[in-house]
Structures are given as C-alpha cells and as structure tokens.
Ligand binder design. Structure first.
Ligand code: AGP
Length: 607
C-alpha cells in the first residue's frame, strides 16, 4: 500500500503535498517523491522516510500551484530513487504516482519496449506514463481514458502533463482515492488524513471513475467518458483519527482490514479451473520444489503460529513431512538437512534477526530457502532464494493481526503448489481456492460482532490469567490468541493443545482462572466438548468459539462466539478474528497502550 497526494489551487503545491505525505506515511515509508509544475516540471525523489525527501528539497525552488507526490510501499523493485514515484514517460512531460498493483505490467512493458520506450525503473507503475505517451493527442484525460482500459489489477493514479499546466487527473480502480474540495484549491489523496486539515468537504471516487481537476473546478467521468454528478460529503473525524480512517487504534483498523487483505493476498494467484496457483516469486525454484521431501518452517511469535498451521496443511494436503521451529532455536539444533529439505521463513517485517539467522543457517548448508514476507525488499526477502509477498500494506500496530491471516492464506497457496506437484487432486485444489475467494465475506460477518465481543470482554477484563485451548488446526490459533491477549493487555495467558490441558495445567482451573476454547464443528469437535466438560466440572469459566448454528454449547459454557463454517484447514483465518477483537477490547478496557504495548517493538532486529 502506498500514499499518493495531488494538488491544484491558489497556494504553493509543495507545502500541501509534503504535509499530505507525512499524513500518509503510515501507508508506506521506504521511499518518496514529488513533482511540481511551475515554469517547468521539477521532480525530486529520496529513499527512506519523508524527512529524507524534505532535506533533499530544502532550499530548492519548487514553486508551482500544481503537483503530485508519493510515499512508497514497494511491491515491485527494491526501494531506490529509480523506483520511487513519480514516474514519467520518455519525454519527461507526463508524470504519474500510483497506489496498487498493475498485474499485467510485464505484457504491457514488453509491448512498449518493442515500440521503443525506454524504462528507468523496475516498477509496474512505469508502464502508465509510457502508455499515456503512446496515446496522447493533446488531451491527457482522453489518453487516460484509453489507457485504463488496458490495465489489469488495482490502481489509484494521479497524473499531470507539462503541456496542460492547469490540469490534474485522478483515476480510481481498486485502490482508494478521495478528493478534497477546498476554497480555491482541490486535493486528491489516498485517504482523508492528507486532506482534512484543508477541507472537510470530500468526494470519494468510485471504481471506474476519472476526476479532471483544473482551476475552474472538478469534472468526474466514467471510463466511457460520461460525466457523473457526485455530491460532496462532510468528514466527521478529527485529523488524528483520520490517519486511522476513523478507528481509535491501528490494531482495530488492521483487524477490520482483513477482508481486503485476504483478497489482496490471493489476488492474481488462483488458477481455479486447474485447481492450481500462480506464485510468480517461486517460478525460479519451481522444479527444485518438486524434489523437496521435507520442509522446516521457521518464524517468531505470530509468524511462527501461522507456520504451525502451515505444518498441518502441508502434511495433510501436500503429503510433505513438515516441522515448525522457533527461529531463535533453529541454529542450536543439529537439524537433519539435505538437498531435499526446504526452509520456509515467515516474517511480516522481513527484518526479524532470529528468523534471518535461521535463513542464513539454511543457506550455509545449501538448503532451499523460501520466504513469506510482507515488506518488499526487506532483508529476509532479499536473503531467501525465492518467496511470496503478502501485499497487505504496512502493518503498523505492534500486535500482528492482518499479517497472521495473510500468512495462513499464503501457506494454503503454497500447500496447493506443493500438493498439485504431488497427489493433491484438481478437485481439492479447486475447492480450497473457491473457499479462499469467499472468506472475506465470512471475516466481515465476524468483525460485525465487535460490539458483542466487547460486551464479553467487559465480563473478563479484570482476570489476570487465562488459558486458550484449541486442537489440530486451531491449536496454533490458541497460541496466537494467547499471544494477542498477553502482549497488549499484559494478562498472563497460555495457549495449549486442548488435549494437553489434563496433563498438568488443569490444576490451575478455578472460578478465577477462565478458559477460552476454540471448538468449531470439525473433526475434533466432540473431543473439545469433553475437555470443556472437564473445565466446567472444576468451576472454570469458559468462552467458546464455535460454528454458527451450533446451539449445543450455549447451556454448557459461559459465553459463545459464533463463526461461519469453512474448510477445516482454513478455519484459523476465521477463528482468530474473535480472539483479536477480544484482546483488543480487553486491553482497551484495561487502559493499555494498544498500538505501542510496553517493552515491545514492531520488528525485533536484535537476537
Ligand atoms: C506479534 O503480535 C508480535 N508483534 C511478534 O510476535 C511478531 O509476530 C514477531 O516478532 C515476528 O515478527 P515478524 O513477523 O516481523 O518477523
């Protein structure tokens, strides 16, 4: 996810654009750039945070009333000045900033190069200005109307052309864009946080709409050039909340983003008719993967919990022997590794020192290393032999939520890839993919229960101990839910395999030591019910997570949260959501600093 800003109006564009970028920095912060149209076009770019760009333009005459700017979250190509936006055509007259992914950019790039276009970056974005150059006949709006029909994927674009100095164009298709209507000025941005200090009158562009902004005002067109009338809306938030799109914490925002981030994680990667997947980042090792007979998954914290779900998936559906290891422990073992072993390293930040050390240990032994990483160009992404990016945008809150569900979804895709090279049938591969496609709606049906879960949190927020229980695919979810609760509410919480409870921990249970049991109606449901009975027999309070429509537990437990039915292997993507919300509401009720919990850091780059 990136942040884009455009300005056209009576004031200096530079000030509004830089301030807007700072407001959008949470969306991506590996590089930034700005283009101002004054006497000519001046463009400046810098690697790193916005302040690097500011120091680069300090003292430079960047005067002009029209401009575009961008803060990058790399998806294609390392963070570098060459890859930073804005990007231009061959003439240097057309400049573009982009948020999203152009999925068919390789085909377009090849077509353009055959027509003599010279590319200066590795990005998908750069095909847009060159296409505009191809079709420009005096109107950048008309050229854009032709170009958008060639693009596949998701994009929010802001465009300017040196020969049309009063015009700024914005396009929305799959990536958000909002237009602020100020007094003698118009601002385009990825979200309202870049606009709200100038105006609260906004128009949210819809997919398939082009906004043509010039000194006389704003015109909105569809892709067939029909003019559309749109009413402005008033923003109700204050500036600080706007950065969180109205949520009180980034953690809650990221929990609610999960329908979209699951879609983003699988977008362009399903080949449903063949029950196969397309993971471009593994193309260079696809034959090597065929010979793999053992997988070791390494990660830390949440990433390791996701890896534990991958272990069940890969063994059950790909038939590959798999084990999961704490990355911080991996190198102290003498693991039996050979050229038929692969390591899968999971890391949201791609900078976790323990996980990086495990990857390096594998490379030392010439083992195939694969990454499941969110931050493009991060150290782990660059160190592994190949990998799959999450494409879910920056995860700001220290407590990982959307990264976990994305990691599980991507492990399902990797399972299909390994499985379809082995004995996984087309029908089962297809079935898993069809279920992945409808998961976002099922996630949404759970996030809609947030207020109900808050009521349950009010009953339990004063306890200082908890045990979370789950079996099979939900055992790692119990561990993940326990991690969430402890890291943001500071309540001591253990996550255990349900069956393990009776081997010691049950001694802890009494009316002051509640349990949460993940008990969907799956292959181990009856066993979970027996364990719940054991807890109740010891006066323990129980919160149960179970499948909607199952009213058997209502009389047995103290509180029930329902989740939709899905494939057993994908249940973790749903069963974790109530645990994320429960942890959030308990921490909020306890007055904790949810986005920045004490003692923690978002990325642990020390061992
Ligand atoms: C999760 O909520 C924690 N913030 C932490 O356990 C985290 O998952 C762990 O440090 C791994 O981080 P990574 O995914 O960036 O490697």
């Amino acid at each position: 996810m990136c942040g884009i800003v455009g300005y056209a109006g009576k004031n200096e564009a530079r000030l509004v654009l830089l301030e807007g970028l700072k407001r959008l920095e949470y969306r991506g912060y590996d590089s930034a750039g700005i283009a101002i149209l004054g006497d000519g076009i001046i463009v400046k770019k810098a690697v790193g945070k916005i302040r690097e760009l500011e120091s680069k333009i300090d003292g430079v005459n960047l005067s002009g009333n029209l401009g575009i700017a961008h803060t990058r979250w790399a998806t294609h190509g390392q963070p570098s000045e060459a890859n930073a936006h804005p990007h231009s055509d061959c003439t240097g007259k057309i400049w573009v900033v982009h948020n999203g992914i152009i999925e068919n950019y390789q085909t377009l790039k090849k077509w353009l190069e055959e027509r003599g276009h010279v590319f200066k970056s590795e990005t998908d974005t750069e095909v847009v200005p060159h296409l505009l150059e191809e079709f420009y006949e005096g109107s950048i709006t008309k050229a854009l109307q032709r170009v958008v029909k060639m693009l596949q994927g998701a994009y929010g674009l802001a465009v300017l052309h040196q020969d049309e100095p009063q015009k700024l164009i914005a396009v929305r298709y799959g990536s958000p864009l909002v237009i602020g209507l100020g007094d003698g000025e118009t601002i385009v941005a990825s979200d309202v946080s870049a606009i709200i200090r100038y105006t609260k009158q906004v128009i949210y562009l819809n997919d398939g709409e082009i906004a043509e902004i010039n000194s006389s005002g704003l015109k909105i067109l569809d892709f067939d050039f029909n003019e559309i009338n749109r009413e402005a809306q008033k923003i109700e938030w204050d500036v600080s909340q706007a950065e969180k799109n109205g949520f009180s914490h980034f953690m809650l925002k990221e929990i609610f983003e999960q329908p979209k981030t699951i879609s983003d994680s699988i977008r362009g990667r399903l080949v449903i008719k063949d029950g196969k997947v397309k993971l471009g980042g593994l193309d260079n090792v696809i034959d090597k993967i065929r010979s793999i007979e053992k997988i070791i998954i390494v990660g830390c914290g949440t990433a390791r919990n996701a890896g534990s779900i991958g272990e069940y998936m890969l063994e059950e559906y790909a038939g590959v022997a798999t084990e999961v290891e704490y990355a911080s422990e991996f190198r102290y073992r003498k693991p039996v590794l050979d050229n038929k072993t692969a390591i899968i390293a999971i890391s949201q930040s791609g900078e976790t020192a323990d996980t990086l050390a495990a990857v390096k240990e594998g490379k030392e032994k010439n083992i195939l290393t694969l990454g499941v990483v969110n931050v493009v160009g991060s150290t782990i992404a660059r160190t592994t032999d190949a990998g799959v990016y999450n494409h879910i945008g920056p995860e700001i809150s220290v407590a990982s939520t959307k990264a976990f569900t994305s990691q599980v979804a991507i492990l399902a895709l990797i399972t299909i890839l390994f499985g379809r090279q082995r004995n996984l049938s087309l029908a089962v591969g297809k079935r898993i993919e069809e279920e992945l496609l409808i998961l976002p709606d099922k996630i949404e049906s759970i996030t809609r229960q947030s207020e109900k879960i808050k009521k349950i949190a009010e009953k339990y927020c004063h306890f200082n101990n908890f045990i979370y229980l789950g079996r099979k695919y939900n055992q790692p979810v119990a561990a993940e839910g326990a991690l969430k609760l402890k890291e943001i509410s500071y309540i001591h919480t253990e996550g255990l395999p349900t069956g393990e409870m009776k081997h010691g921990s049950i001694s802890l249970i009494d009316k002051n030591f509640p349990c949460l049991c993940i008990a969907p109606q799956d292959s181990v449901y009856e066993k979970n019910v027996s364990n719940i009975e054991e807890i109740k027999a010891r006066s323990g309070k129980v919160i149960a997570i179970t499948t909607e429509g199952n009213d058997q537990l209502n009389k047995l437990v103290d509180d029930v949260i329902f989740i939709p039915k899905t494939l057993e292997m994908l249940t973790p993507i749903l069963s974790v959501i109530p645990l994320q919300l429960f942890a959030y509401h308990v921490a909020a009720l306890r007055g904790c600093d949810i986005d920045k919990p004490r003692n923690l850091a978002k990325s642990v780059t020390v061992e």
